[in-house]
Design a protein around this ligand. Structure first.
Ligand SMILES: [Cu+2]
Length: 126
């Protein structure tokens, strides 16, 4: 009897390991794109971005129109690498931030502007 039970247990262990592998492959960090686009205009007021919180439904593409309404050169760079072009006062640019799957920080990389408060947050909503 025991010589029959052992192969059966080995088979069960193999099935279990295979299921674990399949489950691990299926749950990646990628987000399913919704195909929709969230468009937001961000302006500058002193050393602040307005708005400083951008809500984006999970999987939407985010397109930000950044208008430098301030009085000095600024930029808007996101932690995924989008943006970052220096804008003189009065200039504006359109930044395709990409498909948003998780919260994302943005800031002005000019001089010490980030420390002075030029930060914003992209928040994912379900
Ligand atoms: Cu700045």
């Amino acid at each position: 009897m025991s010589h029959l039970r052992r192969p059966a247990m080995t088979f069960a262990a193999l099935v279990g390991a295979t299921l674990l592998l399949l489950t691990g492959c299926a749950s990646g960090p990628e987000v399913d794109p919704t195909g929709d686009t969230t468009e937001v205009t961000v302006t500058v007021n002193g050393m602040r971005f307005v708005p400083d919180v951008i809500e984006v439904p999970k999987g939407n593409d985010l397109v930000v129109t950044f208008e430098n309404t301030g009085t000095e050169v600024h930029d808007l760079v996101f932690e995924n690498g989008a943006g970052g072009e220096h804008m003189a006062p009065g200039e504006s640019e359109v930044i395709d931030v990409g498909v948003i799957g998780s919260d994302l920080d943005g800031w002005c990389s000019v001089s010490n502007h980030r420390e002075m408060g030029m930060e914003l947050t992209v928040q994912v909503t379900e």
